[in-house]
Ligand binder design. Structure first.
Ligand code: NAD
Ligand code: TDX
Length: 337
């Protein structure tokens, strides 16, 4: 696989994958197809060698650009998505269009040109687990768990996964799916939980915790996600689904407490705000299939150290987040969050 088409490669998880490929896979060329929505930024690709990475601005739901690019690639890795639950509650329309319509368009092109396809999905397709289940560490999502998404966002991601499965079975498309837990690291847009709290503190605002802060997320450093996707792309079995997670469960309150400590703030320097409707209680991934069949292991196992590096990145890249920060916070304020 020498030529990859990475859709959504100007967004958070996608750009970290592009950077991983450039740094670790010599001779591999990447074309990024990205619509540059509010979450995509061409600056994210700055500094990457022009002979290795090319950006095409376009929509994954546009068959003209998709067919042209898929025809000349060895594999498509689909990171492009509307990705934020809170936005999907305000306006689900773009989620339907990009997450379902875009995946359909990419699958049709891969069918037409017989191109390998990998779908980047999320643990949220499985709905949630009760918070009390955290006492039983073996109670986690597996590839056998039932799809029961809670939000418009996760319902569209679940729909896209089902399309991929059908295109494998009915049309023989050479596809795999990975469902990953919550990512953190550099280049994450400031609307998401961890960068929102860090940039709130850096800009003199108080961090905001939804509800009682008891909801649990299973955190993984984005670099570990990128390495797992590479293994699945190159050595995964066609038609299979792999769950990616790093045993990084923490309640939101715990994560915020750590951010406050690492940034030298008083432990109570935050506000409780209105909860998210339909808020998923707990996510937890059993990644044993990926570990046993492909030998992948997370490398960033010290969450506090990973978080400290992430905080430093936001401190060092204020220009990157400053301009959009006020808009993001105005949206949350309107929502009582
Ligand atoms: P993001 O919102 O930061 O980035 C999404 C990117 O897709 C942006 O660059 C945006 O411009 C682009 N995009 C949106 N619509 C497009 C379209 N129609 N055509 C082309 N490009 C389009 O999202 P992210 O957090 O980087 O998530 C990337 C993928 O990873 C998503 O599929 C998401 O479901 C999945 N995922 C994310 C996480 C996480 O914690 N962030 C966890 C598991 C899975
Ligand atoms: O200000 C906040 N306060 C707060 O308490 C924000 C923005 C969030 N939260 C809570 C809600 C969640 O319990 O923090 C948790 C994480 O929230 P998000 O960052 O919005 O992520 P989540 O809803 O868990 O979904 C994420 O992980 C799975 C990504 O956004 C998805 O794209 C991915 O599929």
């Amino acid at each position: 696989m020498k030529n990859l088409l990475v859709t959504g490669g100007a967004g958070f998880v996608g750009v970290n994958f592009v950077r991983y490929v450039v740094a670790n896979q010599p001779g591999v060329h990447v074309t990024v197809l990205d619509k540059l929505t509010y979450a995509g930024n061409r600056i994210n690709l700055a500094g990457l060698p022009a002979d290795r990475v090319k950006l095409v601005v376009g929509d994954i739901a546009d068959p003209v650009v998709v067919n042209r690019l898929v025809a000349e690639t060895d594999a498509v890795i689909n990171y492009a998505a509307e990705s934020h639950n809170d936005r999907s509650l305000r306006n689900p329309a773009p989620f339907m269009q990009t997450n379902i319509g875009g995946t359909y368009t990419l699958l049709e092109a891969c069918r037409k040109f017989d191109v390998r396809y990998h779908q980047i999905s999320t643990d949220e397709v499985y709905g949630d687990l009760p918070i009390s289940s955290a006492q039983q560490p073996e109670e986690k999502f597996t590839t056998q768990s039932r799809y029961q998404p809670s939000s418009p966002y996760s319902a569209t991601k679940a729909s896209a996964d089902l399309l991929v499965g059908a295109w494998v079975r009915s049309f023989g498309v050479r596809a795999t799916i990975s469902n990953c837990s919550n990512n953190y690291g550099p280049y994450q847009y400031s609307e998401k939980f961890i960068p929102r709290q860090i940039t709130n503190i850096l800009s003199g605002r108080r961090p905001k915790l939804y509800g009682a802060g008891a909801n649990i997320r299973d955190w993984i450093h984005v670099d570990d996600h990128s390495r797992a996707v590479w293994e699945i792309l190159t050595r995964g079995k066609i038609g299979e689904t792999y769950l990616i997670g790093a045993n990084g469960e923490h309640s939101n309150r715990e994560v915020l407490a750590l951010i406050l400590k690492l940034m030298g703030q008083p432990a109570d320097a935050f506000d409780f705000v209105k909860d998210r409707p339909g808020h998923d209680a707990r996510y937890a991934i059993d990644a044993s299939k990926l570990q046993q069949t492909l030998g992948w292991q997370p490398q960033v196992t010290d969450f506090e150290a990973g978080l400290e590096r992430t905080i430093r990145w936001y401190q060092d890249h204020e220009v990157w987040w400053r301009d959009s920060k006020a808009t993001v916070e105005a949206g949350y304020r309107e929502n009582g969050q």
